[in-house]
Ligand binder design. Structure first.
Ligand code: FE2
Ligand code: FE2
Length: 163
């Protein structure tokens, strides 16, 4: 009996995972993007940075806006932390405008545990060159790494992964 429950749990967890992956896949293939919301969100950045952000794919911009919205609606972030994490939301994947993954690789990443550090490095370099705060640069660099003790980054990663 006990073993059966364990199996049931495993199946439920596995189905949830598959459902989530399919949702992610749909967001990648058929993204919905509110252009005016996007323009408004990135308005505060320099023109050069906006050009990079605007060069992202539609699905990437839609993901960034989902992360941004989730953080806007999250009352655990207040004051300076809120500003930092909102900036991180808008900039964390900017490296994807420099490092282009093929569509095959993007689809494979939905289903397989393939590393994705290349855009973290490219994004961190770009932001460092643009004079951004060291803390932000480090967070962009490590946003797909889980061996660290940066609590704010851990909270951000949970949101990033669910969007
Ligand atoms: Fe990323
Ligand atoms: Fe992301």
């Amino acid at each position: 009996m006990q073993a059966m429950f364990k199996n049931d749990n495993f199946v439920v967890l596995w189905l949830r995972r598959v459902a989530y992956r399919l949702w992610q896949f749909k967001q990648t293939v058929l993204p919905r993007l509110d252009q005016s919301e996007w323009r408004e969100a990135v308005r505060g950045f320099s023109q050069q940075l906006r050009e990079h952000l605007n060069a992202l794919r539609k699905s990437e911009k839609a993901h960034i806006l989902r992360v941004y919205r989730a953080i806007c609606a999250d009352s655990q972030f207040v004051g300076e932390q809120r500003k930092e994490v909102l900036q991180l939301a808008l900039l964390h994947d900017i490296g994807k405008a420099i490092i282009r993954s093929s569509v095959v690789l993007k689809v494979a990443r939905v289903f397989l545990p393939i590393g994705r550090n290349d855009h973290c490095i490219a994004g961190a370099r770009l932001l460092h060159r643009n004079g951004f705060d060291r803390k932000l640069v480090r967070r962009v660099l490590r946003h797909h790494t889980f061996e660290h003790d940066d609590i704010l980054l851990q909270k951000f990663q949970q949101i990033d992964d669910s969007c």
